[in-house]
Design a protein around this ligand. Sequence first.
Ligand code: DAH
Length: 360
Amino acid sequence: MTDDLATLQAETEAALAAAADLRALDAVRVGTLGKSGALTALLKGLGAVPAEQRKERGAAVNRLKATLEAAIEARRVALDAAALEARLAAERLDVTLPPRPFPPAGAEQGAIHPIARTIEEIVAIFGAMGFALAEGPDIEGDWYNFGALNIPDHHPARQDHDTFYVPAGPDGRRPVLRTHTSPVQIRTMLGQEPPIRVIVPGRTWRADHDATHSPMFHQVEGLVIDRGISLGHLKGCLVDFLRAFFGISDLPVRFRASYFPFTEPSMEVDIGWNRKTGELGKGGDWLEILGSGMVHPRVLANCGIDPREFQGFAFGMGIERITMLKHGIPDLRPFYESDVRWLRHYGTSPLSPATLAEGV
Ligand code: DAH
């Protein structure tokens, strides 16, 4: 190899070794093999070489070209690998680290609102009993909210509900802001065949406002439809739920005959407490906590379910009410005021969701 070729090889190899990244490497490539690169100039100069030397010189220049191409490619592979290593090291994520229990300095930690928490707990408990979650619209047809539930037009129960009406649609009937979650019973039975087991938390509305009533509040409805369902199933299910929810394994529960148009027989459910201290579970007083009953055959028939073949039970309760009782919250109004001091006090950490493993 002639001196000029050896020098070019040495210089290029030194430049490649010094190229610290892909950009520097590319500059070396262009300076060597590019249109006006050093090796390209040698190739172009071959025409001026005397004919008797040209063959040998041409072969030597081409060998050098192949050598330098290979050296550039080898350096590119090495720099690519180094760049990937650097990225992997910089972007490493340790998925085994525990979540940060506290917010970064100076930041506020959020909390789960007690209503949302109670809904999570209810869903966890009934979920373990095989109930599915169901939902329905807040603005409801009159038939779903009343008629199909065996509350006809002039039924006195309608007055108890202090209904908010929405302007009438083309059929002349005024839709309502649902006064209870019970219309979702109807939607569920119309939408699926038995067996049915659903739990239905949601917003409800009544024109009522004082320390213990808000025009917007929350209820949870439950519905079970199957063959051979009896009052025994209703009682077992609700006793288990109330004991799990309040965390009192021997909580006294009383079933008291009552009336709802959509159940027959109907029962009010009471739990034992101490009226003076507010303590749940002992004290000899009774506190009404929810409504329940065996689904009225007329309601089943309204939904196309044959009452001679299927039976079921249903229940409904106020979410604010059981939340206030469980946590000793004395006033309903702050539930909707978004006062962060109240939320901080009664809210729950988002990092400890309701699970049955720990007890709700
Ligand atoms: N819908 C009733 C109310 O708002 C509560 C209720 C009672 C629901 C008995 C039921 C039930 O499903 O069976 O007061």
